[in-house]
Structures are given as C-alpha cells and as structure tokens.
Design a protein around this ligand. Sequence first.
Ligand code: 4AD
Ligand code: MG
Length: 482
Amino acid sequence: MKVYRIKELLSKGREALHEEVIVKGWVRSFRSNQFISLNDGSGQNNLQIVIDYNNFDNETLKQITTASAIRIDGIVSESKGAGQEIEVIAAKIKIYGYANPDDVQETILQPKRHSLEKLREQAHLRFRTNTFAAVMRVRNALSFAVHQYFNKNGFFYINTPIITGSDAEGAGEMFTVTNLDLNDLPRDNDGIVDFSQDFFGKKTNLTVSGQLEAEAAAMGLGKVYTFGPTFRAENSNTTRHLAEFWMIEPEVAFYDLEKDIDLAEDFLKYCIQYAVDNCKEDLDFLNKRFEEEQKQKPKEEKSEHNLHEKLEFVLKNKFIRLSYTEAIDILKNSKPNQKGKFKYPIEEWGADLQSEHERYLVEKHFKTPVVLFDYPAKIKAFYMRLNDDGKTVRAMDVLFPGIGEIIGGSQREERPEILKQKMRELNINEEELWWYLDTRKFGTVPHAGFGLGLERLVQFVTGMGNIRDVIPFPRTPNNAEF
Ligand code: 4AD
Ligand code: MG
C-alpha cells in the first residue's frame, strides 16, 4: 500500500482508481457521519474520504472532528460529488490526535471566514488555513526560484554574518547584540558603556545587510549572492516593513549600473514566472481572494487588474527606466502635487521620495514597473558610486505596483580616495571598515549589486496587502510573539 500526499493522489486522478492507498492529514470537516474533507498541507484541494459508519465503532467516529489528525487506509474510487474525480473509501481509520470541538470553536481552525488580523493572533495555527498555507507554498516556490536563478547564471551562494560590527546602510537602525549584564553595565569615566568588555570585545549588532561582506566575496568569486535574515530597528508600522525580513543580495564584479538593472529585471521576471508556472492552484485561490477583497474597496483604491493579470503584465512589459531628475519633474507637475494631495509635496530637486510618490509614478503615471536611477548623493548610502556631476550617485530602485520599492541597489564606489572622502564626510569610522577599504586596495574593480526583500516579492505575487501575512512569524514594533 502506498502512502500518498493528497496533492500527488489528486493529480493522479482516475489513473489511481482501485488503488489501495494510505493518506494522513487533518480533518477540515466531517459531514453526515459519512464524508471527511481531509487536507495534509501538500496543496489547496482537500481529499474526500467516504465512510460507511456501520463499519466503524462509535468511539472512533466521535473522534473524527474538525482539526483532528487521522490516517486513512482505503481504496480509491470514482467520486459522485461535484468538483472531484476521485475519493477514498475508508477501510481503516487511525486517530493520531483528537481535537476537542469546544476548544476548536475558539480558534481560527473553525471552518469559517476569519479576518487576517485574527489569523495573526494565532500565527502558530494559521498554517492550517487555506489562505496562509497558499501564501507559504508560494513563498517556498519563490525562495527556490531565487536559488535556481542564481545557480543557472553562475553565481555562488555565500553566507554573510548575522552578528556584525558594521552598519552597512549607515542608517543607524540596528539591534545591539550583547551579553553584558544590563543591570550592571561596565562604564568608562564619562559614563559611556564599555563594550570592550562585551563578548566580542566591541560593540556588535544584528546585520542590516550582507552587502559589504558580499562585496568582499565578489572581489574573489566574481558573482555571488546572499539570502538571509536581515534586521532593522526602524519604528515604522507600515504594511511593507518588518523588523526581521529575508533579503537576497547579489553582488557582481565588473558590472556597471546598467548591467545591474538588467540583472534585477531578468531576476524578478524569472522568479515571478516560476511561481506562475508552479503554483497554479494556489494562485487561482489567491486570485479569487484578491478579487473579493477588491470588491470591498472604494473605487479609487480598486486595482484595474486581477492578480493573474497583474503578474502577466509585469512579465510581459519592459520596466521603464527613468532618472531621479526626470521623476522629480513628472512629480512636480503632477495633478496630486499641484492640488496639494501629496502628504509630502515635491518642491525641489533633492527631496527624498516617499511611497506616495513612488506609487504615483508606477500606478498612475506609467502604469508599469519603474526603475529610478541616479539619485541625489545626499539621500543615499555611503558606498554608492559618485557620478561626474558630483551630486548624484549610481543608485537604482525598482518600484512595483501596489508595493513601491521592491529592490534597492547601486554600482559601488570602487575608487579608494573618493570612498574615503565620502566616509569622512559622513563620519563613518575608517578604522572600523579597514577590511572594506582593503577591497579597494588590492585589485579594485567596478562592481554592482542590489537587495530584494523576499517578503515584498511574496506580497506582490500573492496579492497580500500586509507584509505580516507573508512571513510565518512576523517581527514588528511591540510584537515578538511566538
Ligand atoms: O534599499 P535597502 O535598504 O538596500 C540595502 O540594504 C542594500 N545593502 C542592498 C544592496 O545593494 N545589496 O533594502 C533592500 C530591499 C528593499 O528594496 C526592500 O525590498 C527590502 O530590502 N527592505 C525591507 N523589507 C521589509 N522590511 C523592511 N524593514 C525592509 N527594509 C528594506
Ligand atoms: Mg532602499
């Protein structure tokens, strides 16, 4: 007798008729003491199990409740029910774990619609829900596609440290890592904490980006990428920010910004296409969900496309490439700016773009993904390559409909003198980053890379509005439950 996962058995369809099989899963519902709807997490669709209750004792039947875990040994037969080709006629039932209906009543396992907020409060149970399980399977497919893309294209996967002494982005949004006794901190004469007595003999933090170490790796391996957890202590409670997220950062020697943008576009399209090709059932389900959600929205917030169309649209169209300066002109003259509709009005060149501006460009003006490049040096990180105009840097951001910034990247400053000058201007400690400067000393080359937040990509592909619903256990301000 073969043990099947339900997805595998359902996709075999009529070919499996009369086969003796074993399936194991959780009961979604049990109707008329006769029909069990069983799901084992392998896919969106449940398997129908048919029971002749005369063949089983009452004690067993009573334990087949919503959420309980069971094993069925049975025979595949043609289904008379609508929407399914096959079902399994149970010959043997084993109860692994009973779930008390009174307790289930209190949880999101109760088979009815629950809000996403409620699902979040029971994040440990939401893997059992259709929506979250679908999102997790798509997330898995996208992660796999990331590795496959880079592997096919000659990149090496490297692991950069999670505990580090450097602030790669220079934004200061870091979580300190220490094992000092917080109730009895060693201090110097000025009362400043003496981290030389800490575990690493210096102040350390959780990484905000693996980029600087990835650059060092690219200077020997040529093409590398990281894919790991990243931490930001930014106190922004938005639908697109997490305190802990997963970032993918490719870094390539001998690449300039144009090549970097080409890579970003090709890579994003590959991953999205992979999900479209491999997650059909889940995307169909998420599309229905998306369409229903859109119906509830006020007219001006409604998406013109359903989820499938959104994905197809991005796959088919070339991303628009636009300099920051051109973008500022468009924004300055835009209707919302002139009518005072932006929360942050665009007045002059040099303004940092807010998500309302990014989304205007993508969703209203161009209606297609946009790559902005050559940003003012003042609003970008220290490592970006200075242009000949002396005031812009070779930075790029990829902006997506409904998301805003999905990728941030740049060509790096490979000239040691200009890099040092910039670090001095920004008060970045040269001694701390001696090793980074070394990469410009021994055979420096033009190079470039970018960072993609995995969760933002999952949000785009699944159509989920809140980033907390695309990661198993979200970490956000005031929330580290589970
Ligand atoms: O633009 P960011 O800050 O760029 C970097 O960290 C560079 N070191 C990347 C590089 O060039 N190697 O972050 C890159 C991407 C963003 O575009 C966004 O997708 C995601 O990381 N991201 C976040 N995702 C979720 N929550 C947050 N708090 C995020 N901050 C950035
Ligand atoms: Mg950015």
